[in-house]
Ligand binder design. Structure first.
Ligand SMILES: Cc1cc2nc3c(=O)[nH]c(=O)nc-3n(C[C@H](O)[C@H](O)[C@H](O)COP(=O)(O)O)c2cc1C
Length: 466
């Protein structure tokens, strides 16, 4: 298939769509996502250029002659002044490559306050390929290339730019790509690849060894799975321009099992005054907490389970014993009971307001599969006596953009430690588990895996009498 990448390419400059250029007396205030930059009485040509750039991509060579030439001592003072201003606005400046009729091929958009895009013309005898950390996906601006390693996202507006990105899924030299994208002039291939390399979504081999890409043997990156690094970069401030924080509107009601009021079981309510008098001191509990995978001769009792859930999970005065972002409490606790005297084996959901268990209907094979995996994760000789599975009602936390899933995992950690401490105080055997099977849990508890995914596992049984 012949490629129709347009050539020659022109470089265009614009400001991020959320950037405002405003007059303040003789000064100009440029308001960006990451803060304001005040320009003291800039020449009117500069203000005019910034205004143009806030409306859309502009060829700066057309408006400021000699802009992209090395200014040097003989260079134009307007070009030098504009370059100085643009250096200050690096994190708000979008760089595009376009056909000579102005139709855009791709744009490099800064997503971090630290961004300062400096593309170079690259050499065609080097090998190029997509970064192993780059992700290519649909967005309303066109195909989008992004990477957690990058301070930019690249919008591929033209289908041929998308083809070039797809071609870079397999390493190739610039020269060999010239034969495949033959409408492109050499200079434009060097520029196009230079943009993608500077944007951090395409990597170049060497320089020490032909055919080897430094990111593949980077001792820091080796520790990261690409999707985990992406989640890290997108769930914290600093390397993302996605909406972040509470936007106020929640998600839709989660799909889940409809509670059957006829199948609710009351749980033991411990006497807090008695516990206060008889519990071991907090410092002793903290000191003794361990993950225990051996159980007493007799299984734990329904009374102990009721006490544990009451002390660690129940709602008391709108709050719970463990913290949650904005009191959203998206995490719910389900139970698979294998052996607990006074409670029939089966699947249950804990109702933390009423302090009750709701019987949950799910297929026997799914319950067995979830228990089998818990047994394997803990290296137990048999199914655990009781498995607690934590799920998250994502809609309850969805308004916290960029934070939702990472907060859920932190909440699981807080809840697990609370369970550990209460179990220790009660001489029960607690152990957190590293993972579980999202699909098997959804089946076992009749949940939709994406609306209310399982996010944490914890096993508990009777303690060995000391
Ligand atoms: C996030 C997390 C995941 C864990 N996963 C498992 C697991 O899958 N199997 C297991 O037997 N223990 C698991 N544990 C328990 C740890 O192995 C245990 O906390 C660690 O060895 C320290 O021992 P201690 O808890 O007795 O102090 C996990 C603990 C945490 C916090």
């Amino acid at each position: 298939l012949a490629s129709h990448l347009p050539s020659p390419l022109v470089e265009l400059w614009s400001l991020r769509e959320d950037t405002l250029v405003e007059h303040r007396g003789t000064d100009v205030l440029v308001e960006t996502r990451w803060g304001d930059t005040r320009l003291d009485s800039p020449p009117s040509e500069i203000t005019a250029v910034l205004r143009m750039m806030s409306l859309g991509p502009v060829s700066l060579d057309n408006v400021v002659p000699g802009f992209s030439r090395d200014p040097g001592p003989q260079g134009s003072p307007q070009a030098a002044a504009l370059q100085a201003v643009l250096r200050r606005l690096g994190n708000a400046t979008v760089r595009s490559l376009a056909a000579s009729d102005g139709s855009p091929l791709l744009s490099v958009v800064p997503v971090s306050a630290n961004a300062f895009f400096q593309p170079d013309l690259v050499e065609l005898d080097r090998l190029y390929r997509l970064s192993a950390f780059a992700v290519l996906r649909y967005s309303v601006d066109g195909l989008m290339l992004e990477s957690p390693l990058s301070y930019y996202r690249v919008s591929l507006h033209h289908t041929e730019a998308g083809r070039l990105a797809a071609r870079l899924g397999i390493p190739a030299t610039g020269w060999s790509m010239m034969t495949e994208f033959e409408t492109l002039a050499e200079l434009d291939m060097r520029r196009l690849l230079g943009y993608l390399v500077a944007a951090g979504v395409v990597v170049q081999d060497g320089p020490a060894a032909f055919g080897s890409f430094p990111e593949d043997s980077d001792p820091v990156l080796e520790n990261w799975a690409p999707y985990e690094l992406m989640m890290h970069a997108r769930s914290r401030l600093g390397r993302s321009d996605l909406p972040f924080g509470d936007v106020g509107s929640g998600g839709k009601a989660p799909a889940g099992p409809v509670p059957d009021p006829g199948q609710r079981l009351g749980l033991h309510v411990p006497d807090i005054a008695e516990l206060t008098a008889t519990d071991p001191p907090l410092s002793a509990v903290m000191d003794e907490r361990r993950s225990l995978r051996e159980y007493g001769r007799w299984p734990m009792t329904a009374g102990q389970l009721g006490s544990l859930l009451h002390r660690a999970v129940r709602v008391r005065g709108g709050h719970r014993p463990y913290p949650s972002l904005a009191s959203a409490y998206p995490v719910r606790v389900y139970l698979l009971v294998q052996e607990c005297s006074g409670l029939a084996p089966g699947a249950y959901r804990y109702a933390p307001e009423a302090h009750e268990l709701e019987v949950v209907q799910g297929p026997e094979w799914a319950r067995a599969e979830v228990l089998r995996q818990a047994q394997a994760f803990a290296g137990l000789p048999a199914f655990p006596q009781v498995l607690l599975v934590m799920t998250a009602q994502i809609s309850r936390i969805a308004s916290h953009k960029g934070l939702a899933y990472s907060s859920v995992l932190k909440e699981v950690g807080a809840l697990q430690q609370t369970l550990y401490l209460v179990c220790t105080a009660m001489n029960l055997a607690p152990c957190a588990l590293a993972s579980g099977d999202s699909d098997a849990c959804a089946q076992a508890f009749g949940l939709d895996w994406a609306s209310e995914p399982s996010v944490g596992e914890f096993i508990v049984g009777s303690g060995v009498v000391p």
